[in-house]
Each structure stands twice: as C-alpha cells, then as structure tokens.
Ligand binder design. Structure first.
Ligand code: AMP
Ligand code: ZN
Length: 465
C-alpha cells in the first residue's frame, strides 16, 4: 500500500505523491499569540505532528514550517488595551506555545517564521497582486483582493460563486470594499494601532497574506501539504489559494489536510465560548501532558472528539500501563526463553504500516500496539523493540519505561526481603513488606519469574517524563 491522505480540495482519500520524497514541504498554520493556547488548538498541532512523524516513519524527509501569527486583530487589540508594544504582548504567549509543544513531545518544525519579520515581503506580494489586477485600494486606503478576478474562488470549500449576503463578509473585516466577498490584504492604520510603512500609507498586513508569503518563502510556490483545523478551510485557506495562485499562476498546494475540532460538552472548544481548558489545567490536576496526546491519537484526526476529565484520567492511566507492560517485558526478557514465531513480527509490522498509510488511522494503530505487547508468540525483547519502533509515530515516550525500570536500591532490597519471607511461607510478614513498599510508591507483582516491581501511578508525584 501507499500513504493515502484525505484531501479537502478533492474531497477524497488520495495516494500521496510528493514533489520530492526527500523533502516533503509541510506548512502548518500556527498559533495566534494573543493568549495561552487551549487544548483544542493543541489537538490540531498534535495531529500535524502525527502527520509529520508518520511521513518520517514511512521514509519521507520532511521540511515543516509553522508560522506564528503575531500580527492579527486579536494581538493588536490586546496591545492597544494594555498600551504595550505588540512584541511585549506576544512574547510570553510565544514562550508558552514552545513550552506546550515540548511537553506534548511535538517535534520541532524546521522554521517558525513570525509575521512581524516578513512585512516587507508581504508588501511586495501585494504589489504583485495589484500589478496583475487582482487587488485594489478601497476608499479607506486599505488594499483588497478582488474575488471577481479569480475564477476558481471557492474550490477548497466546494462552493462555486460563493454568494455572501451584504454585511456578511469573507473576512469579517470592517473596511470599505467593492464587494462584500472581497477580503483585505493590507489594512490602513487605525488610530493607536501598530503599523508599518508602505506606498499606500501606514498600515498592516491581513492575516491570510501572512501565510501565503511565509509558506512560499520557505517552501516554494507549490507545496506538498498544508494543514490546519477545519475552521481554517474558509475563509483562511480559500483566501490563501486565491492570493497565491493569482500571483504565481501555479497550483499553491497539492494536499490540503484538515483536522477536526476538539469539543467540550458537544460544542467546539473556543476562547470566545469560554469553554476551554489549557495544558496547564491538565497539569494542575496532576495529569501528564502526554495524556492529551493519547486522547488525540485515540480518535481519527477527521473525527470530532469530545473532551472530558474522565477521558484524561483514562488516557493518563493507559500510558502508565503501557510503560508498565513494557517494563514487565524487559523483566521477562532477561529470564524467558520464548522464541518469536516466524512471520508474526512481519505481520504486525505490516498491519501497523497499513493503518498509518490509511489516512493516519491512529486508533487502529493504538489497538495494534496493545496486540503486539500482549502477543505471547513473540519474545519479550522483540515485543519491546517493535513497540518502540511504533512509538516513532505515537510519540508517547514509551522509552520512558526503561527509565522507570531503574528501581531505587532501597526498594529492591525490600523486595528481595519480601521474596525471601514469602518463599518461607511467612505470609503475614510478606504482606506487611508489600504494604511498606506500597507506602513508598511501588507495587510488587509476583510473576512466574519472581517479583516484578514498578512505581505506582500517582497523579501528584510522578517521575518526570
Ligand atoms: P489560532 O491560534 O486561533 O490561529 O488557532 C490555531 C489552530 O487551532 C488552528 O489550526 C485552528 O484551526 C485550531 N483550532 C481552533 N479551535 C480548535 C478546536 N476546538 N479543536 C481543534 N483545533 C482547533
Ligand atoms: Zn494560516
């Protein structure tokens, strides 16, 4: 099989054919840094990371670029409210964003360009659009994209001749324009707003132009994959296509891949709805950030996913169990003589690859991981090795089970002491030692090969991962 991805542009799963297998261009719309990201935003970054990891697992080289939207209505509003420079307002949120993605084990992109670092290029790009007749200046001095000049407008969202009623615009801009559907490329300065000089006067770029310019600068005029959450399809990505293809005359993106939303109580999680949680909320309740990653993997990226605290509890415990199972396999591996059945490993490897190639079917891949770990026809060492290989895609830090395996010496001593009295059938003593070990945060399990000891899952004081 070959990797298939659901392409929003064609509305079907398609075989992925990159421009250059050694360097797949992946553009992921990044955070608007006016506030702390909520876990809905993080679900999208996790899906994008899974896509990147899957491509790498399947042997592709990836060049990923994620922009940081630091010029946008919301960042500017906050800067005005707080009477601070734009960069002073956005800096702490940029820092938080990097902390969050690190905690979630999200691989670092090759570049994180800031909109503020690319205004000159954006102005140049808008000039090109004007020269080609796709843009005009409104009475308010702002520059607009003229949708009537771009024949294919609506191809991503799947609507030809999008009709937008008066008052409802494709960009929710409150600026004067010829047609309600036209969207802003350059916003003329309003009182108190940060601004940049241009030949049309002081102003600032619109959000859509930022992504077109930065993706082309870092990844070229036609890129392989562009992603975002489904709310980015319209108008953001539709507008990106219009601007970019109007300038180059070339296809902007071959595969548009969009992730579904994280919901809470059945509603989209959003800052505006005030129904959101952050990664800090998850940590404050004593759960591992990776529990969010596990939840994200347990649903297909194209399915809506309802967040509950019960699901976080289950996910946190599931990761702990995976680590424990892998620890037990390490313990068994040093003692057992199981030989791996020929062909079985290959079967698992192929099923896993198939699940990933089928539009990143992570729920299926996760259930395969559980099957591999418990397959008694495979030696413990082979089960462990294959699980770690699969974790290249999951990013659940399964290798952590190796660290947890290092039980402190004072605990080991207690465990050996308990084993001795247990063998002598001094069960009261052995139970009391078991309780003592438990009170120190470890559990003993008597296996065929002797006592296996492991740290107890504890929401408040867990080893660092
Ligand atoms: P923003 O910081 O608002 O630009 O959003 C960053 C990313 O989060 C975008 O790709 C959005 O599509 C995505 N996003 C926003 N809300 C949600 C949600 N509830 N679930 C999943 N992704 C979301
Ligand atoms: Zn974008």
């Amino acid at each position: 099989m070959m990797l298939k991805l659901y392409n929003t542009l064609t509305r079907k799963k398609e075989v992925f054919r990159p421009i250059n297998k050694k360097s797949v261009g992946l553009y992921t719309c990044g955070p608007t840094v006016y506030d702390t990201a909520h876990i809905g935003n993080l679900r999208t970054y996790l899906f994008e990371d899974t896509l990147r990891r899957s491509l790498e697992f399947l042997g592709y080289g990836v060049k990923q670029v994620m922009n940081i939207t630091d010029i946008e209505d919301k960042t500017i509003k906050k800067a005005i409210q707080q009477k601070k420079d734009l960069s002073v307002v956005t800096k702490p949120y940029i820092k938080e964003f990097f902390e969050d993605i690190q905690k979630l084990n999200i691989e670092t992109a090759d570049a994180y360009p800031l909109a503020t670092g690319h205004v000159k290029e954006m102005i140049k790009f808008i000039h090109k659009l004007m020269d080609k007749g796709f843009a005009y200046q409104g009475k308010d001095k702002s520059i607009y994209f003229d949708i009537s000049k771009f024949k294919n407008y609506g191809k991503l969202v799947g609507l030809k001749n999008i009709k937008i009623k008066d008052g409802v615009t494709a960009s929710s801009d409150e600026y004067e324009k010829k047609d309600a559907r036209d969207f802003v490329l350059w916003k003329a300065k309003k009182k108190g707003e940060p601004s940049w000089k241009s030949s049309w006067g002081e102003g600032r770029p619109g959000w859509h132009i930022e992504c077109s310019v930065m993706s082309m600068k870092y990844l070229g005029e036609t890129i392989d994959i562009h992603t975002g959450g489904v709310d980015n399809i319209f108008p953001h990505h539709e507008n990106e296509i219009a601007q970019s293809e109007a300038v180059t005359g070339k296809k902007f993106v071959n595969y548009w891949v969009h992730g579904e939303h994280l919901l809470v109580g059945g509603e989209k999680m959003a800052k505006s709805a005030k129904n959101f949680f952050t990664l800090r909320d998850i940590e404050a309740r004593g759960y591992m950030p990776l529990a969010l990653r596990y939840i994200a993997l347990s649903a297909h990226y194209k399915s809506k996913l309802n967040f509950t605290w019960r699901s976080i509890e289950g996910a946190d415990s599931a990761i702990w169990n995976l680590w424990r199972e892998l620890g037990r396999l390490k313990y068994m591996g040093q003692k057992e003589a199981t030989k791996t059945k020929k062909g079985r490993l290959k079967e698992h490897r192929e099923s896993f690859k198939e699940a990933i190639e089928d539009d990143l079917d992570t729920p299926r891949a996760l259930s395969l991981l559980r099957r591999v770990i418990t397959d008694v026809d495979i030696s413990s060492e082979d089960r462990r090795a294959l699980s770690y290989k699969m974790d290249q895609v999951f990013g659940l830090n399964l290798i952590n089970s190796d660290k947890l395996y290092k039980i402190p010496i004072h605990i080991k001593t207690l465990v050996s002491g308990r084993e001795l009295v247990r063998r002598n059938q001094q069960f009261v003593k052995s139970d009391s030692l078991r309780n003592k070990i438990k009170s120190l945060g470890y559990e003993v399990e008597d296996t065929l090969y002797g006592p296996f000891v492991w740290p107890t899952r504890n929401r408040k004081s867990r080893p660092k991962t």
